[in-house]
Design a protein around this ligand. Structure first.
Ligand code: IMP
Length: 407
């Protein structure tokens, strides 16, 4: 089946949410394939900002089926809260609109507790993602289907004992007692029964109807467990391999869209070669409103890094590029772009002329200031990728869309 994949090309927060939302309007199904409540996709709908964490962005389109693939980890109570919070905007998300793979691993309050206790060195989001994937790999995880299929009591008891042992081994205070979390957790798991099922089967149905599927990545390429800036990464496969294993079936990935900001940001710790630690970095943070959608943490800011994007293209086979937040660069006398790396791994920059005219309201590339067009052409040429869309403001309408986004 023909499918479109959209992934972050940097360290997440590239502004994928808005582009995914645009694409979702023409899709029959949207699937998430990795990650969980650590993600935060902001979409501005009619002037109101909606932040999606675990739900695919297709929930904003009533005709779309939304799939949470087996490569994801699901926090049941947080997912139910997200569904409730969104009800006034998107209506009811019953089984015709939402399907959660029975094979997703569940994030428990003990995973979150351990993440908060241990995640500081990496700067994790504290959503329990790493501990949950750790349990999955250790073959000690809790899968949604397993807990729905039999009395969850014994498995939850084993889980409790596992974390009590971990607490002792790491000399931590004891984890939350079972009576403090298990009743609410069991209730939340049971509430997901109507939407639990087989995601690969649902994709086959979409295919049989001649429908289109969108694979929606979370985080970004440089946070991939295997291909990112290890160990400063998330615990899932955020790249193309993760997309296929995380939905659980083969699809033909015709359109492979990489999304990058016109500059670069990172939350959490780890290498960031083009980081600006001076007043200009602070100014970029202020102008780009660079604060985490999930945790509210200030994001580190810096220049666009083309060697890093080339690496992301290599990993994912991108055949289209989307550049976001171009408007944030407006007013800078010079726009810097890292174009190579020296022998010590430090970036080598090319300086391009900046532009001053505001970009808001522009809908075609030929309306952009000449220096802005030259910047876009430079990026396209260096990456050997066509630009499928350029975002010039937060609203749905503030996007220059090229035909290549759709064909
Ligand atoms: P975790 O995913 O919470 O385990 O965090 C691991 C690393 O990934 C930390 O540096 C986080 O800040 C980062 N991270 C996780 N999710 C996101 C996201 O959605 N956007 C940007 N960074 C993220």
């Amino acid at each position: 089946m023909p499918a479109t994949m959209i992934l972050g090309a940097q360290w997440g927060d590239e502004g994928k949410g808005k582009i995914v939302d645009l694409l979702a309007a023409r899709m029959d199904a949207v699937a998430r394939f990795q990650g969980g409540a650590n993600a935060g996709h902001s979409v501005v709908v009619d002037g109101r900002t909606v932040v999606l964490h675990q739900l695919p962005s297709g929930v904003l389109h009533p005709h779309c089926r939304n799939l949470i693939g087996p490569g994801c980890v699901t926090d049941p109570a947080a997912l139910l809260r997200e569904i409730d919070d969104l009800r006034p905007v998107v209506g009811d998300l019953g089984p015709t609109r939402l399907l959660v793979s029975a094979n997703v691993h569940l994030v428990t309050p003990l995973h979150r507790w351990f993440d908060v206790m241990q995640g500081e060195a990496i700067g994790t989001t504290g959503r329990g993602i790493g501990p949950c994937y750790t349990d999955k790999v250790a073959r000690a995880g809790l899968r949604l289907g397993d807990l729905l299929g039999s009395d969850p009591g014994p498995r939850l008891q084993e889980h409790q004992e596992r974390f009590e042992a971990l607490a002792r081994a790491f000399r931590l205070p004891p984890p939350p007692a079972p009576e403090r979390w298990q009743p609410a957790f069991r209730e939340a798991v049971a509430a997901l029964r109507p939407v639990a099922g087989d995601v690969a089967g649902a994709i086959r149905e979409v295919d049989q109807r001649g429908g289109h599927l969108l694979l929606e990545g979370a985080q970004g390429t440089m946070l991939d467990l295997d291909h990112g800036t290890y160990p400063y990464v998330t615990s899932s496969s955020t790249t193309v391999g993760g997309a296929l294993s995380g939905i659980g079936c083969w699809v033909e990935l015709d359109r492979r869209i990489g999304v990058a900001k016109a500059y670069a940001t990172r939350v959490g710790n780890g290498p960031f070669p083009t980081e600006l630690t001076d007043a200009l970095g602070e100014e970029q943070r202020r102008r780009g409103r660079e604060y985490g959608a999930t945790t509210g943490r200030p994001r580190r800011c810096g220049w666009l890094d083309l060697p890093l994007l080339r690496q992301a293209c290599l990993v994912n086979g991108f055949n289209r590029l989307v550049l976001t937040k171009l408007d944030v660069l407006t007013g800078l006398p010079t726009v810097r772009v890292a174009t190579a790396t020296d022998a010590d791994g430090r970036p080598i920059y090319t300086d391009l002329p900046g532009w001053t005219d505001p970009l808001a309201g522009l809908t075609r590339r030929d309306q952009l200031p000449a220096a802005c067009r030259a910047f876009l052409a430079f990026v396209e040429e260096r990456l050997e990728l066509p630009l499928a869309a350029v975002s010039v403001g937060p609203d749905r309408q503030e996007t220059i869309v090229e035909e290549t986004l759709w064909h």
